[in-house]
Design a protein around this ligand. Structure first.
Ligand SMILES: *[C@@H]1O[C@H](CO)[C@@H](O)[C@H](O)[C@H]1NC(C)=O
Ligand SMILES: *[C@@H]1O[C@H](CO)[C@@H](O)[C@H](O)[C@H]1NC(C)=O
Ligand SMILES: *[C@@H]1O[C@H](CO)[C@@H](O)[C@H](O)[C@H]1NC(C)=O
Ligand SMILES: *[C@@H]1O[C@H](CO)[C@@H](O)[C@H](O)[C@H]1NC(C)=O
Ligand SMILES: *[C@@H]1O[C@H](CO)[C@@H](O)[C@H](O)[C@H]1NC(C)=O
Ligand SMILES: CC(=O)N[C@H]1CO[C@H](CO)[C@@H](O)[C@@H]1O
Length: 566
């Protein structure tokens, strides 16, 4: 434990260092691509040395504790000289203002940021955390001459109408989170902004055209958190309204709530993160092309799911399949199974830690069947008797296909290279990093799969337990009866053993089967130790990077984060 923290500190020290970039700011550079600075006293931004200068892909400036913030035009333009000038990278500038009494960005404050710099993607984020409400003012043309892929603003208010602030801009994606943005229709004739897509995220009770005015943008997405009422009729003339995200509403998604959405012809994408989608509710959004379901979902009406005739994309990445109630997950599986032949694109969760049979089935339908091998050792009996008929049918068929191929024998060449490192990984697993577990599993699997499967075909799904130690050991221990009743999965040597430590047992059988394995394992120990040390330092590096970025990004959130919208 302590050695690991010691390692962690050493590693983060070697990757992070203080660096002088801007006058009057305390800066830290990270891996020569990322610089973070903090400023306590407002002053013009001036670069330190002009001779040797590093270039960064990401710049993060934090302004703390200033009473009155006044930003003049071109205040940030000097940052362009710190950006690396490459086409392949995403360049991002984050500006955080915290604990101020007032904030005033004058015309041209953010003018020409990223100008002359070639990048594949440019992103500017402005986070404002005032001490009291309504103390933020963006003047007209504050962002003028800004040409950028993404601008995100987190604030409780903006101070001026949309048409003034975003005049003369060219922004692909504009996200405004938290603020009630005002609209002035009389300025429309003089407005020269070009904004492709706008997304406004707010925590709000009533969703209607007063709260979400018709801004002059090409596509418009409304994201409402904790809402109770939706006045779809007030959006009747919104030809730009393409997306509606209802996140954790205080009510169920009922036909009454969604009534009127059927008349919004431009609506293409809806996202529901709600406990229950009631019978017939989805009939009101029959015409949408994209449906996103969130992690709060417990129940959805399968009949109205079938009414989504125009659906092209279904995103269930965040749905917790094991928490779905009734036949919801079976209905989803059935729907996906039928529609995928008609070209429906489905986004499934990447992880299936408790080997949910329906999810294994879906993954196998859509992907390459990677999950069926991962969950092989436990799925069979459980999934054979799944209450969802398409799933049980599928696994019954699968088992019949499997039987004749089991008699195949394993060539000796693959043994020693796999077993020893696996022991070490397991023993040295830092048990207190649950998040990194998943990464380890995948890393292990990616490294070893070629060894196992490259020359031999897929006749050895039963051997996959060696490749994914973490998954199998944990799941088998938690659900022991499943293993005992799957004769196909056990080698003769294994069946007379106890199943409580199936993992160690497998190693024993390997030693027995391949006579010289003992000797080989001995000679492997130094390599295994070195490999696991390397692996451990990789994990630590990853964790310190994660910790760094968490600190980096999580500090401010007005509204709970939600799945990204396509
Ligand atoms: C970036 O590179 C392009 C050509 O690759 C060049 O025209 C431009 O002047 C450079 N910009 C800066 C700020 O160095
Ligand atoms: C806006 O930016 C895009 C590239 O992001 C460019 O193709 C387009 O010509 C720009 N429009 C104006 C009016 O400058
Ligand atoms: C937008 O900027 C242009 C030029 O700076 C100006 O003429 C126009 O009045 C501005 N429009 C608005 C709505 O402020
Ligand atoms: C939509 O436009 C029509 C005609 O321009 C108008 O009669 C109607 O009141 C508008 N509806 C709303 C909700 O603004
Ligand atoms: C789910 O249950 C409902 C009623 O309980 C039924 O109408 C529906 O057909 C079922 N769906 C599937 C896919 O079994
Ligand atoms: C290394 C290993 O466990 N090999 C086994 C793979 O599966 C076949 C058939 O079940 C066994 O015969 C091998 O011993």
């Amino acid at each position: 434990m302590f050695t690991i923290f010691f390692h962690l500190i050493l590693l983060s020290l070697s990757l992070t260092r203080a660096c002088d970039v801007l006058v009057g700011m305390t800066c830290t550079c990270y891996e020569a691509i990322d610089v973070r600075c903090t400023m306590n006293k407002m002053a013009p931004l001036i670069l330190k040395s002009s001779l040797f200068r590093e270039k960064f892909q990401s710049i993060d400036l934090k302004f703390v504790g200033e009473e009155m913030l006044e930003l003049d035009s071109d205040y940030f333009i000097v940052l362009n000289q710190l950006l690396s000038n490459t086409t392949q990278q995403t360049l991002s500038i984050t500006l955080r203002f915290q604990n101020f009494r007032s904030f005033h960005a004058k015309a041209g404050t953010f003018r020409h940021l990223f100008r002359g710099v070639t990048s594949s993607y440019s992103r500017l984020t402005v986070e404002l955390q005032p001490l009291k409400a309504k103390s933020i003012i963006f003047d007209g043309n504050a962002f003028e001459s800004l040409q950028i892929n993404e601008l995100s603003i987190y604030a409780d208010s903006l101070g001026s109408p949309f048409e003034l602030i975003f005049n003369n801009t060219n922004i692909t994606h504009l996200n405004i989170e938290g603020a009630a943005v005002t609209h002035d229709a009389t300025l429309l004739s003089k407005y020269r902004g070009q904004i492709r897509s706008l997304k406004i995220t707010r925590m709000i009770d009533a969703v209607n055209s007063d709260e979400f005015p018709p801004f002059p943008v090409q596509t418009y997405t409304i994201e409402a958190h904790k809402m109770r009422t939706l006045d779809a009729r007030s959006f009747a003339n919104y030809t730009q309204l393409t997306g509606l995200n209802i996140i954790q509403p205080d009510v169920s998604i009922t036909p009454k709530l969604l009534n009127g959405l059927e008349n919004l012809g431009s609506l293409r994408s809806v996202s529901f993160d709600a406990d229950r989608i009631a019978d017939g509710a989805l009939n009101h959004v029959k015409h949408v092309q994209t449906l996103i379901l969130g992690s709060y979902l417990r129940m959805v009406d399968s009949q109205s799911l079938n009414s989504l005739m125009s659906l092209q994309q279904l995103d269930v990445r965040y749905v917790q399949f094991s928490n779905l109630q009734g036949n919801t997950s079976c209905a989803l599986a059935d729907f996906i199974n039928r529609r995928r032949m008609l070209g429906l694109t489905v986004y499934l969760p990447h992880e299936n830690l408790d080997c949910d049979c329906i999810l294994v089935f879906l993954n196998n339908m859509i992907d390459d069947g990677e999950q069926i091998t991962t969950c092989q050792s436990i799925h069979n009996d459980r999934c054979l008797f799944s209450s969802c008929y398409i799933v049980s049918e599928y696994f019954t068929r699968k088992q019949k296909e499997l039987v004749p191929t089991i008699k195949m024998n394993t060539p000796a060449m693959m043994t020693p290279s796999i077993a020893p490192p696996v022991i070490d990984f397991n023993e040295q697993d830092p048990p207190f990093y649950p998040d990194s577990k998943e990464e380890e599993q995948t890393t292990i699997r990616v490294n070893m799969e070629p060894n196992i499967y490259d020359e031999v075909d897929d006749e050895f799904p039963t051997n996959t337990t060696t490749a994914t130690p973490v998954v199998t050991t944990t799941t088998i221990i938690t659900t022991p009866p499943i293993v005992t009743t799957t004769p196909l999965l056990n080698t003769p040597e294994e069946t007379d053993n106890d199943f409580a430590t199936p993992y160690m047992k497998r190693l024993e059988t390997e030693m027995k089967t391949y006579g010289s394995a003992n000797y080989l394992i001995l000679s492997w120990i130094p390599f295994a130790i070195i490999a696991s040390c390397l692996f451990l330092s990789l994990v630590i590096a990853m964790i310190s990077y994660l910790i760094y970025h968490k600190r980096h990004t999580v500090s401010f959130k007005l509204v709970p984060q939600t799945p990204p919208i396509i």
